[in-house]
Write a protein that binds this ligand. Structure first.
Ligand SMILES: NC(=O)c1ccc[n+]([C@@H]2O[C@H](COP(=O)([O-])OP(=O)(O)OC[C@H]3O[C@@H](n4cnc5c(N)ncnc54)[C@H](O)[C@@H]3O)[C@@H](O)[C@H]2O)c1
Length: 272
């Protein structure tokens, strides 16, 4: 029987594929038989790949490229095509956010929020997706096939609720405001996705967005997690591997009639 979820021998690019979720996406696609090219800001040797992804060293390669650097993206994509061929799948996963434990100015009230943090986050999360799609997606379009999967967030659909973060000011005595940049960058992906979906539909390149909720990583304060979970109908965060299924779905022929959509995977956070 044909497996409509198969990604066997497809070539996938995963940006930021050494991060928490990127590692999961790269591993899951490689275990399903895809060849996975991770675009990473830092070099990562074949020996390190084998150590991080045991038994998958033949299926995963790391190419050095920042998503904000078009020349580096061109070079990495050229090398990847020489090594394996033109990608079928692009997962625009690389992303940054203001650090909850960062400086007070990174989490400053909107009135005095420094533009440099806005620029960094918009450059990576929005411009980076545009540039990577331009470089990799153009090659896919020339082949008349491909699936681009953008990684969004619930904060691209609704504003952060500042009440979730109010414990910080009470605890630390300095203002803490969840900044505007991440939300604005991820909401930009909603229509960048629609734009690419319609623009490349004649070339048979699909483009969809996944809006993820919070993941259980152990890196958040207990107070934040407790506040957050009160607003999640399912009452829990996603397990670290719980988004792999939707990536696989959008990468495979199980989703061939889907383009321009926003798949919300958030335990119901945005449903009430
Ligand atoms: N973790 C969550 O709860 C959550 C929720 C919703 C959405 N997301 C989104 O999922 C994606 C992955 O998040 P994560 O939690 O795994 O974060 P992470 O920080 O663990 O991983 C992000 C990766 O992107 C890489 N990266 C950053 N800037 C880059 C650049 N310019 N070029 C190439 N790579 C770059 C980082 O080095 C890192 O490896 C992000 O887009 C994030 O916004 C995460």
């Amino acid at each position: 029987m044909t497996d409509i979820f198969s990604v066997q021998n497809r070539i996938a690019v995963v940006t930021g594929g050494l991060g928490q979720l990127g590692t999961q996406f790269s591993k899951s696609l490689a275990e399903a038989g895809a060849n996975v090219a991770i675009f990473s800001r830092r070099p990562f040797s074949a020996a390190q790949v084998e150590e991080k992804f045991p038994g998958l060293g033949d299926r995963i390669r790391v190419y050095e490229a920042s998503v904000t650097d078009k020349a580096a993206l061109e070079a990495a994509t050229g090398q990847l095509i020489a090594d394996w061929g033109v990608p079928h799948i692009l997962v625009n996963n690389a992303g940054i956010d203001s650090k909850p434990d960062g400086s007070a100015e990174q989490n400053a009230p909107f009135e005095v929020y420094p533009q440099k943090y806005w620029d960094d986050i918009i450059n990576t999360n929005l411009t980076g997706v545009m540039l990577t799609s331009q470089v990799v997606g153009s090659r896919m379009a020339a082949e008349q096939r491909g699936s681009i999967i953008n990684v969004g967030s619930i904060y691209g659909l609704v504003s952060p609720n500042q009440a979730l973060y109010a414990y910080r000011e009470k605890r630390d005595g300095v203002p803490f405001i969840k900044a505007v940049s991440y939300a604005a960058s991820k909401s930009g992906l909603v229509n960048l996705t629609r734009y690419l979906a319609t623009y490349w539909a004649p070339k048979k390149v699909r483009c969809n967005l996944i809006s993820f909720g919070g993941v259980k990583t152990g890196s958040f304060d207990k107070e934040f997690v407790d506040n957050f979970l009160e607003r999640v109908p399912m009452g829990r965060q996603a397990e670290i591997d719980e988004y792999n299924g939707v990536i696989r779905f959008l990468a495979s022929d199980a989703s061939t009639y889907m383009t321009g959509s926003n798949v919300v995977v958030d335990g119901g956070f945005t449903a009430w």
